[in-house]
Design a protein around this ligand. Structure first.
Ligand SMILES: NC(=O)c1ccc[n+]([C@@H]2O[C@H](COP(=O)([O-])OP(=O)(O)OC[C@H]3O[C@@H](n4cnc5c(N)ncnc54)[C@H](OP(=O)(O)O)[C@@H]3O)[C@@H](O)[C@H]2O)c1
Length: 316
């Protein structure tokens, strides 16, 4: 799969990214957490210029420091994208040790191994490092203040990357990530929309749904261009979980993925029990990253329509 001729174009940013690194050809890349939603999208979106290796949790457990070190030394990739994570926000709240082991310690082991072999690291983080008290899009240099275990463990992972790589690695935060219609969370939402009983959805929490396809392309670009520092990436526009569910229902019905959907009722945070406190406002300001890449993020509804249409095509 190695193609030494295919190249990404040089963007002409109108504003500088947080840290601009010297551009160089990457010949091999390693995806960690390759069995997850983002891991699979990364595999699908890998640039032809790369020879891509992909390891799922079964193949490399990032909490095993020795295995991480030995494996990276043996494979010697030029670029590592760490998509391995304890990504279940509810479960993290009751298993802080497990979330910290993967998101903080495991991320440190990966960053340290990258430093030792001179690989560039792209670490995927979350908008949930912020406390959600903001009302305007969150800048990459805003002060993080997590309100739950998951956010705290991911922030610890970010800090580990900065410490091990002295600011040279790439940290990319994102929000409300979803994969294809056949995967979480769309699969569950579509299943729920096939049940005729009314469904409640939170209508006072704001963020931006982001397709794994959109994020994967951005992560490859950041990695191959060595754009270090903190980046923000989410699809454009703003939505509540209610807006997102209504959009899923509308698009899925048009595409024949579901029949007439049930009533969707907007509810306020606190009206229905939730296992964990979630930040209310996690819209990321991604302009620096858009400028660095030389392209805007797609609108979330456009991206959602494309993802669901692909799901309908796959069923046909
Ligand atoms: N989902 C969201 O809404 C969201 C929002 C913002 C940011 N993010 C971030 O985006 C990234 C990708 O998330 P995702 O949605 O793709 O999550 P995902 O589908 O759960 O993928 C995470 C992958 O990491 C693997 N993993 C867990 N523990 C591991 C370990 N100890 N060693 C190696 N691999 C391990 C999981 O394997 P198993 O399946 O076997 O457990 C899974 O395949 C994560 O960094 C997450 O924090 C997600």
């Amino acid at each position: 799969m190695l193609n030494r001729h295919a190249r990404t174009r040089q963007p002409t940013p109108s504003a500088p990214p947080p840290i601009r690194r010297r551009r160089r050809v990457t010949e091999s890349a390693l995806i960690l957490g390759a069995g997850g939603v983002l891991g699979r999208a990364l595999r699908a979106a890998a640039p032809p210029s790369l020879t891509v290796m992909a390891l799922s949790r079964d193949e490399l457990d990032v909490t095993d420091a020795e295995a991480v070190s030995t494996t990276l030394r043996a494979l010697h990739p030029g670029l590592v994208v760490n998509a391995a994570a304890f990504a279940d926000v509810d479960a993290a709240e009751t298993d802080a040790e497990g979330a910290t082991a993967v998101n903080a310690l495991g991320s440190r082991y990966v960053a340290a191994a990258c430093r030792r072999i001179g690989a560039h690291l792209v670490f995927v983080s979350t908008a949930e490092v912020f406390d959600g008290s903001g009302t305007t899009p969150l800048a990459h240099d805003g002060v993080p203040q997590p309100v739950n275990v998951y956010g705290a463990s991911k922030l610890a992972g970010e800090q580990a990357v900065h410490e091990e790589l002295r600011g040279a690695g790439t940290v990319c935060r994102t929000s409300w990530l979803y994969g294809p219609a056949s995967a979480r969370p769309l699969k569950e939402l579509l299943a729920r929309l096939r049940i005729p009983a009314p469904v409640n959805a939170i209508a006072d929490r704001l963020s931006a749904p982001t397709s794994s396809e959109s994020l994967a392309g951005t992560l490859w670009h950041l990695g191959t261009e060595r754009l270090g520092g903190i980046h923000h990436w989410c699809d454009s526009g703003i939505a509540t979980p209610y807006d997102f569910l209504v959009a899923v229902a509308e698009e899925a019905e048009i595409l024949g993925l579901i029949g007439p959907p049930p009533a969707i009722r907007p509810v306020a945070t606190g009206e229905q029990p939730e296992a964990v406190q979630r930040p209310r406002y996690t819209v990321l300001d991604k302009r620096l990253t858009e400028n660095a890449l030389g392209r805007p993020a797609p609108h979330w509804r456009t991206a959602l329509r494309r993802v669901l249409a692909a799901g309908a095509g796959a069923r046909a």
